[in-house]
Write a protein that binds this ligand. Structure first.
Ligand SMILES: Cc1ncc(COP(=O)(O)O)c(C=O)c1O
Length: 402
């Protein structure tokens, strides 16, 4: 017997649910990419989407669209501002800044890092101390993520910027927003970020396949002398007027239809409202996990509540409790797919994605199935049962306060 026939729920931290409107926008024939009526339409979509990205990144800098996943945008960002032999400082807070740094190493960069376990966010004081030690100014860029999707932490970008400013160090600040853009506040210009990276498949509600880079004037100045530039990623070609150049080849026609539709939906709801929805839905998830974790079967991976991401919650199971069993009962018996623990948390954690096209009933459905699964596995007791009541009470009070 299963209870899963019906709409399947994808509750992983990316790729996330693609709205029907976005899928439908892609469901049309390809168009002529070279001009005429349809080429003209496509060029218009590119230009309006580049402008939309500026609104979402909150920047007056330049934006770029790459036909690539997030790793592609990482390479694009590094290659456009750095030269082989340059040193970069990686601020660890889980898996992803580390991965970005590893990519830099493979491109010929020297890596310094500020190690940090997987349970806390970046400590800005350590960044300040490290940069003060760089008396020769070897470090050319500081790399960090806003949300680390593997550990579930959110980093305080403004505090890191303030730490950098306090040292007077000239390094570029490069931030990965792949798991946070349009899920929480991000203000590239106001926060002094030089290069930002994003991806289509999480908060931006599109299929995977596009990624984005935004660059301010300081980054553009570094670009002029960057030795790692290659023709595919190079901003110089993409800055040209011709549509074909903006993608270094054929534009991703259907993904552009998807992006225009997704951006229309974000702007129709209002970026601030989208972010507030994420904040409240994350609060509901946390209310449920607070309650369930009283049973000692699992707990948050991120210890400090203020460092828990509004887009993904990573739950670490106690010794002897297999997170795979929890994921299996949810997907096989109820059609709810939860994320698995990755990297250091492989086999030790599971993840709940709550970003992008997600609303209260979807979150409650996911949490409800999880509570059923936990109960059926014998992981809840009188003390820890009631996560759903806690989540609904949280949402009710948020609605009352609104
Ligand atoms: C924060 C973050 N950065 C980078 C990536 C890598 O993106 P992609 O898998 O699209 O290459 C991911 C993917 O989950 C991510 O969550």
């Amino acid at each position: 017997m299963t209870l899963r026939s019906g709409r399947q729920f994808l509750s992983i931290p990316g790729p996330t649910n693609v709205p029907d409107e976005v899928l439908q926008a892609m469901h049309r024939p390809a168009v002529d990419i070279y001009g005429g009526e349809h080429g003209g339409e496509l060029f218009g979509i590119t230009m309006s989407s580049l402008a939309g990205l500026k609104k979402i990144f909150k920047t007056d800098g330049e934006t770029y669209i790459y036909i690539a996943n997030g790793h592609g945008a990482w390479e694009a960002a590094l290659s456009n501002v750095l030269s082989a032999g340059d040193t970069i400082l990686v601020l660890e807070s889980g898996r992803f800044a580390v991965g970005w740094g590893e990519m830099g190493r493979s491109m010929g960069l020297n890596i310094e890092s500020i190690p940090n376990g997987w349970t806390t966010a970046v400590d800005p004081a350590k960044v300040e101390e490290h940069l003060r030690g760089d008396t020769e100014g070897k470090i050319k860029a500081v790399l960090m993520v806003q949300v680390d999707t593997a550990s579930g932490c959110v980093n305080d970008i403004q505090a890191v910027r303030a730490a950098m400013n306090a040292t007077g160090h000239d390094a570029l600040l490069m931030v990965d927003t792949i798991a946070s853009l349009a899920c929480m506040p991000f203000e590239m210009d106001a926060w002094g970020i030089d290069v930002a990276v994003g991806g289509s498949q999480k908060g931006l509600m599109m299929p995977p396949g596009l990624s984005y880079v935004a660059a301010n004037d300081k980054a553009k100045a570094a670009h002029a002398n960057a030795g790692l530039r290659t023709s595919y990623w190079d901003w110089a070609t993409r800055d040209e007027e011709e549509h074909y150049r903006k993608y270094c080849g054929t534009p991703p026609v259907h993904m552009l239809f998807a992006m225009r539709q997704a951006f229309d939906m974000i702007f129709e709801e209002g970026l601030d409202a989208v972010i507030e929805r994420h904040r409240i839905l994350a609060g509901a998830v946390h209310a449920a996990v607070d309650q369930w974790s009283k049973g000692g079967v699992f707990d948050y991976n991120i210890t400090n509540p203020s460092e828990r991401a509004p887009s993904v919650t990573v739950i670490r199971t106690a010794e002897g409790i297999d997170p795979g069993k929890i994921r299996t009962i949810c997907v096989e018996k109820m059609g709810v797919t939860l994320g698995l623990g990755i990297g250091d948390l492989g086999g030790k954690a599971f993840r709940i994605g709550h970003m992008g096209h997600v609303n209260a009933p979807m979150i409650l459905g996911t949490l409800g199935a999880l509570e059923v699964g936990l109960d059926a596995l014998g992981y809840l007791d009188d003390n820890s049962r009631g996560g759903i009541s806690a989540a609904t009470a949280y949402l009710a009070s948020a609605l009352k306060a609104a």
